[in-house]
Design a protein around this ligand. Sequence first.
Ligand code: GLN
Length: 493
Amino acid sequence: MLPRLSLTELRARLAARECSAVEVTRACLDQIQRREGQLHAFLHVDAADALAQAEAADTALRNGVTPAEKPLLGLPVALKDNIAVRGQPLTCGSRILEGFVSPYDATVVEKLRAAGAVLLGRLNLDEFAMGSSTETSAFGPTRNPWDLERIPGGSSGGSAAAVAAGEVPAALGSDTGGSVRQPAAHCGVVGLKPTYGRVSRYGLVAYASSLDQIGCLTRTVRDAAVLLGVLAGHDPRDSTSVPEPVPDYAARLDGAVKGLRLGLPREYRIAGLHPEVEAAVNAAVETLRALGVETVEISLPHTPYALAAYYLIAPAEASANLARFDGVRYGLRVEGADPIELYERTRGRGFGPEVKRRILLGTFALSAGYYDAYYLRAQKVRTLIRQDFLRAFEQVDAIVTPTTPGPAFRLGEKLSDPLQMYLEDIFTLSCNLAGLCGISVPCGFTRTPRLPIGLQLLGPPFGEPTLLRLAHAYEQATPWHREVPPLESPAGG
Ligand code: GLN
């Protein structure tokens, strides 16, 4: 079945003329048609536009264009709805951007187009990527393909669910505190957050600019390596992107992992960790040891302060970034007697409760008299957290943790308790604070209900080649990435 194949497998079939790009895109569109009633992973699909792109890819294939020239030729990729595609809606899951159409392509979109990808549609997310469940989307939640009563994770929940459900072989998301890795863990797919500065943020709607990074959700680590190779690189339009050369990630996947050193951070053995998650991660560490990886206990002493620092810095940056949505420049406009009333009404009606909470938190943390006590102190803690990691990476090549403290929770379970929701990010957000790279790979399932568990591997800045090699070796030694959600199995129809 075409929609279940990886990018790499589809590319081989296209090259061998066993199927056409139009057939691949049509198979994805059919699957979307079958599944969307239950899942709601997509906010927008333009089938005619996707098929036109696929036809152009078929022409290029017939003309002998090679994968070396266009590594994603004819392969469908869908985008989180906070990444700009010219001429398409860009909602960020918010009413405030209702009706807004992007006038330009994000740099990653230009790169996907240049690589020959077929852009398949826009994926659901928590409003402005603020959340861990996709429930704060103004357009309704996405459901987890493994259990429709549960959340797919967030904020890139639409991206993870669509890949897991066979609607598209790969998707882009954004990760500010875990939004690629956490939904990947909950949906049983691979989620890669590149090093800060590795991928251009131009055309990604900013949530917290010093933490945001575009990442990818795929079915295999190899696909993540292929996609990162397309997305990575310096961009003069994003001054925080870094002019580091882009290695051939896919070509470097197969090297040995024997002798690599893996750090097990003492501070991540928290009370409240779900016992089956703990057991699955311990088993994964054993698997890695059997592959010749050496394990070392390490300490990241400032870990307990990461959550508090993140929830000051991210809202502070968000409160500044979201000031631009004023009813004048973008999307929704609710008229008022004067400009102030217009702003108030537009923002009052346009933003949902979680976004308002973040704006209030952030504005407070930045206000005169509180700046030193909150924002400045959080920035100092951030530096200490980064130093913890850089010190640890002098000893080890990668660090291993669970991706999430537990499996996917029920819809509605944490929505009214923001702190519980924030605790979902406890293992993922330090990576963003420290500017590292990280990946989540499937590492098992809970028993009843049967829900995916994610293993997180963290690497030093620009350590993606080794990180991907390690994740790939683990994946190849285990069966988890081949599992298919029940609704996709032949019996599930
Ligand atoms: N859940 C975290 C938050 O709400 C992370 C979100 C993200 O990475 N975009 O901030």
